[in-house]
Design a protein around this ligand. Structure first.
Ligand code: ADP
Ligand code: MG
Length: 726
């Protein structure tokens, strides 16, 4: 999958968007800011992700000018966001109950015959004014939203609600003040209908908002692991300061049981760290003077003096949080389609409402005007595309959050959509199917001097075999030779110089390619790393690696999901076959160079397959980015976070299967939501327009339309919420 190059992405939280139509208004406003390349607004998360060279302040101003509220995301604490969410919920519930109570009161009075006839103009004018006040208090935000859309010559859900309820009120007032303008049979008032619509729509919004903020807060909490205050060493003094005030270079005292607030390194003290947040492995990592520590990880058992290196938004924890936030904000291809539809939706609905009105007025039964009015109003209300606007982002947000709690970091939601269609998973052997901690079984032909050359070479490499060889050499108290001009050939080995001789260290094939003489055949099964000095073979190591725990189970479940696992390795066929046998893979490609890995993936794609590549993220980078979905094992290297589509934070292969399962679930959830939202509109608009009236005498009451609309949003929100428990 193509990665966007790394430009800065600014995340904003946007308040006041009441519907999918607002998304377009805000997006357009953001795109108009000079320097902005991509602006994507997420209705479900109430956030905007903007990429480009620009200042957050100009973006915020642009959003404000468009009639919405914006602020930089992540600046306020989780508690304040939580409080805000509770406040918002309380306000919507209040609005909703106000309108519903008003509507019920009117309706009850009507039923019990408590209301006077329209001749009592004064009473009715008072009722009308009270209704208007109620509408404005409970639904003022709809009026403001419609107004700001109108100012930008656009329309949104608010437009529909305001047209529907506003005209209901005006019509009723005309009935009261100038009844002679209307035929006798059409003299009805619609005050309670207007109130019910506003009440129900607000109720739907309240429930929806509640689910939305819970979903987004759940994820933020996952990353809210840094303490608020920390002990700063200031000369001889220690004092408690807010973490936000810590600057790089300052020294901090971290006690046992505290989370590290910053990325930095140990200046003094001994302890161990639980880095499971970053690596997923809950091994205790020993910390001594000079060890690096990461924000959010836990200091287990010793008191430490730590010097801050990266703070706040610069830490790795913040980078991961941003990644998840951005992913939740990104739109999968299916969402773009929905956006296009919603863009034309509102004007089309207004047109349909107009046509409905005309038809009933011209050819409808008595009282024409009244029927025309009711049907047009129902069409306006029932067609509000708010369920449509929520259908995709709601599922994506819950899905990506769900993935994050499972240790899957997903780069963007397109990945989620693509992952649901995968049918081949290509797995690298070393470090992916195997633990990546090979054991050196044999050392052949290498004396202390040979080992010292090897050590000099391998110290510079991050390859798993290099790491094992280094630790064996160090265990034998070998000192590294001063080798120079080291070049690493991924998938082959390393080449360097030593005292005028060329050194070659790597696989037997690699040595042969570099025309080394006397390269032997090695019978023993295992990974072979051989050394040549000055074009002559010297000796070799044989290493063997343990198969990763759960690898066999993962391969079995991939097969059960209808996905073909394929093993790719730069290592020898002999060992590749042994590993393949152990985990249950039948298709293997051994002794392939990184270029060939890439070519194989492209060949699969050319044959129409959707291919995932799973690698350790360093020497498989090309293959990882060519694959439809690239999985990196663990957060070992920052490269993984940068280049992979999915990072398996917990370094467990099970994540691949989880990802595929989850993505399929999310996609079918999205489909259900779209059917619910669209189907509902498509089915109910004609009913609201009165198409069934001539046959069954069926008409939809505008108040019911408001309820149905609220129900459809609520359906979508709760359906998406189900993903949380999958
Ligand atoms: P895999 O595809 O299984 O991850 P690689 O493509 O990374 O394996 O490497 C293939 C082979 O090349 C290794 O088995 C090893 O023999 C050799 N090799 C690669 N890098 C190094 C290195 N840094 N030092 C020694 N040998 C290496
Ligand atoms: Mg590898």
């Amino acid at each position: 999958m193509n990665k966007p190059d790394t430009r800065e992405t600014i995340l904003l939280s946007v308040n006041g968007m009441s519907c999918a139509g607002c998304v377009r208004t805000v997006e357009a406003a953001l795109k108009d800011v000079p320097g902005v390349q991509i602006a994507s607004v997420n209705f479900a998360g109430q956030t905007a992700a903007v990429t480009g060279e620009t200042l957050a302040s100009s973006l915020i101003r642009a959003v404000n000018d468009a009639g919405y509220d914006a602020r930089l995301l992540g600046q306020n604490s989780i508690e304040s966001q939580e409080n805000e969410a509770v406040d918002l919920l309380r306000r919507s519930l209040f609005r909703s109950s106000l309108a519903l109570a008003g509507g019920s009161l009117l309706m009850a009075d009507m039923w019990f015959g408590l209301l006077p006839s329209f001749n009592m103009t004064i009473v009715w004018v008072a009722i009308g004014i009270a209704t208007l006040a109620c509408m404005l208090i409970a639904g003022g935000h709809f009026f403001r939203g419609a107004l700001s859309a109108a100012r930008h010559l656009s329309t949104n859900m608010d437009t529909l609600i305001v047209l529907g309820t506003g005209s209901a009120w005006i019509y009723s007032m005309v009935v009261i003040l100038y009844p002679e303008l209307l035929p006798i049979g059409s003299r009805h008032q619609f005050f309670e209908a207007a109130l019910f619509v506003i009440g129900f729509v607000n109720l739907g919004k309240a429930l929806e908002m509640n689910a939305r903020s819970r979903a987004s807060l759940a994820i933020q909490k996952l990353f809210d692991l840094t303490p608020r205050f920390v002990t700063l060493i200031d000369g001889d003094e220690e004092r408690l300061v807010p973490v936000a005030d810590v600057e790089p270079g300052q020294q901090l005292r971290i006690r046992p049981g505290e989370n590290f607030p910053v990325d930095g390194f140990v200046v003094d003290g001994k302890s161990s760290a639980d880095e499971s947040l970053l690596t997923g492995e809950s091994l205790a990592i020993p910390l001594v003077k000079g060890s690096g520590v990461s924000a959010g990880t836990l200091n287990i058992d010793g008191s430490l003096l730590v010097e801050a290196a990266s703070v706040g938004e610069e830490t790795r924890l913040a980078a991961i949080r941003r990644l998840v936030n951005e992913a939740q904000n990104s739109k999968p291809p299916v969402a773009r389609l929905v956006d296009q539809i919603t863009a034309v939706f509102v004007p089309v609905i207004i047109l349909i409402a107009g046509l409905t009105f005309m038809t009933w007025w011209l050819v409808g039964p008595e009282p024409q005007l009244s029927f025309a009015f009711v049907t047009a109003m129902s069409v306006l209300i029932i067609a509000c595309p708010c369920a449509l606007g929520l259908a995709v982002p709601m599922s994506i947000m819950v899905g990506i959050g769900r993935a994050a709690t499972n240790g899957l970091l997903i780069r963007n939601s397109e990945v989620l959509q693509v992952a649901s269609t995968l049918d081949i998973v290509v797995l690298d052997k070393t470090g992916t199917l195997t633990m990546g901690e090979p054991e050196v079984n044999t050392i052949d032909g290498l004396n202390a001097q040979g080992l010292s050359i090897v050590l000099g070479l391998e110290q510079q490499s991050a390859h798993p075999v290099a790491k094992s060889i280094v630790s064996v050499c160090l265990g034998r108290h070998i000192t590294a030779a001063e080798v120079s001009s080291i070049t690493e050939y991924p998938g082959g080995g390393v080449v360097a110089e030593f005292l005028g001789d060329e050194l070659v260290l790597g696989s037997l094939n690699f040595l042969k390619q570099r025309r080394i003489s006397g390269v032997p055949e090695v019978e023993r099964i295992g990974t072979v790393v051989a050394l040549a000095v000055g074009s002559a073979y010297v000796g070799h190591f044989v290493l063997s690696d343990k198969v990763r725990e759960g690898a066999r189970e993962t391969i079995q479940s991939l097969l059960a999901l209808g996905v073909t696992p394929v093993m790719l390795t730069g290592d020898r066929s002999a060992i590749a076959e042994v590993v393949a046998e152990q985990v249950g893979i039948t298709e293997i490609h051994a002794e392939v160079s990184p270029e060939k890995k890439l070519a194989l993936i492209q060949a699969f794609q050319a044959a129409g397959h959707k291919v995932a590549m799973v690698g350790d993220g360093i020497n498989d980078a090309a293959a990882l980015s060519a694959a439809d979905v690239g999985f990196a094992m663990g957060l070992g290297s920052d490269v993984a976070l940068e280049s992979a589509d999915v990072t398996l934070r917990n370094g467990s292969l099970q994540g691949i299967e989880q990802m595929i399962r989850l993505s399929r679930k999310v996609l079918s959830n999205v489909r259900q939501n779209l059917v619910a939202a669209f189907g509902y509109n498509i089915l109910l608009i004609p009913v609201a327009a009165g198409v069934l009236y001539p046959f069954f005498g069926l008409l939809i009451n505008p108040a019911f339309a408001g309820l149905a609309m609220a129900l459809s949003s609520v359906t979508v929100v709760f359906n998406a919420g189900r993903l949380r428990f999958s």
